[in-house]
Design a protein around this ligand. Structure first.
Ligand code: AMP
Length: 282
């Protein structure tokens, strides 16, 4: 059976009020739909920890920069509801764009330094859009816990910073990246890849694994590791490197010498599709 689907904020508030009257806790899993095993892992975490799990599906226009894939982003509500039927979630919240961003909308959440490098630098306005829509969803659903994937590592830091800085009464729980059996981090954007591109996309994971091996073997120089990662990526025909970075996992500042835990993060275009992945080293 499909879960209860709610489209308006008023209706959502009514259902949440009833859940609250029953003394239940609420978990929120914000998504843009085109649901896959990564999203389902967040849902399972929420179901394990909260009495009531709300999944939101909203392709947020404000987090797509001009020229990005907003128009072609996969919108698959019918099959998403089928996927959720087996998960026993309590509610799916699918707001209309005009309800999220009214005609007078003029308030935005700007996050400081942690939103600036990596994705922030390449996707102007992206985290402003993400932080704004997540804050709005948190205000609409008022969950006890909200769940985010480490696949979007910088996004997780941005949300944590916002929640701390703006005193948002919610706990943020991070869930590990779910990968295909061959290691590729699952993404809704894989829908854009050709079968051959899908195979070539494996170089992202291979380069991260190589970085982990090099650190294990005692390599401490970030420039050497990045160069080796580059070689792996460029072994895939048509791969275009957007960035490969070794950074501090808290501040995202570049690291030259690996002495503590380090985040390896990268963005690469395969088949013209921009893919990201990351892993912690050391
Ligand atoms: P999206 O629909 O792409 O906005 O993602 C919604 C949530 O699912 C975000 O918190 C993502 O970090 C998370 N997510 C996406 N892909 C994965 C994955 N492969 N493993 C774990 N979480 C993921």
């Amino acid at each position: 059976m499909h879960p209860q689907t709610v489209h308006t904020i008023d209706q959502l508030r009514e259902v949440i009020a009833a859940v609250r009257r029953a003394g239940k806790t609420v978990g929120l899993v914000p998504t843009m739909g085109a649901l896959h095993e990564g999203h389902l892992s967040l849902i399972r975490a929420s179901k394990a920890e909260c009495d009531c799990t709300v999944v939101s599906i909203f392709v947020n226009p404000s987090q797509f920069a001009a020229g990005e894939d907003l128009e072609k982003y996969p919108r698959t509500l019918a099959s998403d509801l089928d996927a959720l039927a087996g998960c026993n979630v309590d509610m799916v919240f699918v707001p209309a764009e005009e309800d999220v961003y009214g005609p007078q909308h003029a308030t935005w959440v700007e996050i400081g330094s942690v939103a600036e490098p990596l994705e922030g630098k390449r996707r102007p306005g992206h985290f402003r859009g993400v932080a704004t829509v997540v804050l709005k969803l948190l205000n609409m659903v008022t969950p006890d816990v909200a769940y985010f994937g480490q696949k979007d590592y910088q996004q997780l830091l941005v949300i944590r910073r916002m929640v701390e800085d703006l005193d948002v009464p919610v706990a943020i729980h991070a869930c590990p990246t779910v990968r295909e059996p061959d290691g590729l981090a699952i993404s809704s954007r894989h829908a854009y890849l050709s079968p051959a591109g899908r195979q070539r996309a494996l170089v992202l994971w291979k380069s991260l694994q190589l970085a982990a091996e090099l650190v294990e073997q005692g390599q401490r120089r970030a420039d050497v590791i990045i160069e080796r990662m580059q070689e792996v990526i460029l072994s895939a025909e048509d791969a275009e490197i957007d960035y490969i970075a070794l950074v501090d996992p808290e501040t995202l500042e570049p690291i030259e010498k690996i002495t503590t835990r380090t985040l390896a993060a990268l963005a690469v275009k395969i088949d013209g599709t921009r893919l990201i992945d990351n892993c912690l080293l050391g």
